[in-house]
Design a protein around this ligand. Structure first.
Ligand SMILES: [Cu+2]
Length: 241
């Protein structure tokens, strides 16, 4: 279920909703190992402070717990940049601290690497949680140079998702760390919008929210509320009749 949903999120959502751009290139050479390509400053997005054209958590790479992750980093921009895996923090640090996992950084991340330079590092994603690929050069992450990395206890393979570009960055339609999406029988997309504490259904054609469970931004355990929803399951029609 989770693997299918992740695949839908990566492929189905981007195809169904017409996402553009080049999300991080991920390759699974064998189960237990994922290779992620991160290109710093690959486009002019966010003033060049982006990975693969995405900044401020617009892209999310999800990897299964305990997989070995190899990151192939390249700096395509003039300013020095780096990549460090950090615990996700709503407020970005001025400069990178220690990596979240041993070895999960390019060399000397606060200095960065010059234009054209490449570096490869590997780490074991040994703890579940929400992390980020951040540039460790002072003030770069705060300028938006970070994207999500989720270490999932349920994902069966690695995947990448990009927040829908039609979704506004603020207001009721903005998604905040959507982590799972499923295509419904009628073609609409149900997805959980984790940090907005809701599950929503998007109309495939209009891209509008046509159904919601949970109160946007308000976590709770009472009926009508959700607390960091991290998955959806569709009840079979015959179940519970
Ligand atoms: Cu940077």
């Amino acid at each position: 279920m989770a693997a299918v949903a992740a695949a839908v999120l990566a492929a189905g959502l981007s195809a169904a909703l017409g996402l553009a751009g080049s999300p991080p290139d991920i390759v699974v050479p064998q189960p237990g190992h994922v290779s992620v390509t991160l290109v710093a400053g690959s486009t002019a997005a966010d003033g060049g402070f982006n990975f693969n054209g995405y900044a401020s958590g617009v892209s999310t790479v999800t990897v299964p717990l305990d997989w070995t992750d190899t990151v192939k980093f390249r700096n395509a921009a003039t300013p020095p940049h780096s990549a460090v895996v950090l615990p996700f923090a709503p407020r970005q640090p001025a400069e990178a601290g220690a990596p979240a996992f041993p070895g999960a950084a390019t060399p000397r991340p606060t200095s960065g690497l010059p234009r054209g330079a490449t570096a490869t590092f590997s780490f074991v994603a040994s703890r579940t949680g929400t992390y980020e690929f951040a540039c460790g050069v002072p003030d770069h992450a705060a300028a938006g140079m970070w994207d999500y990395l989720v270490v999932s206890p349920v994902a069966r393979t690695a995947s990448v998702a990009v927040r829908a570009p039609f979704a506004p960055r603020s207001g009721p339609g903005a998604l905040d760390h959507p982590s799972l999406a499923l295509e419904l029988a009628n073609g609409n997309i149900i997805l959980n919008d984790d940090f907005n504490q809701r599950v929503i259904v998007l109309d495939r054609t209009t891209k509008r929210i046509i159904w919601q469970y949970g109160v946007t931004g308000v976590p709770g355990r009472e009926p009508g509320y959700l607390r960091n929803p991290d998955g959806v399951d569709i009840k079979p029609a015959a179940f519970g009749r």
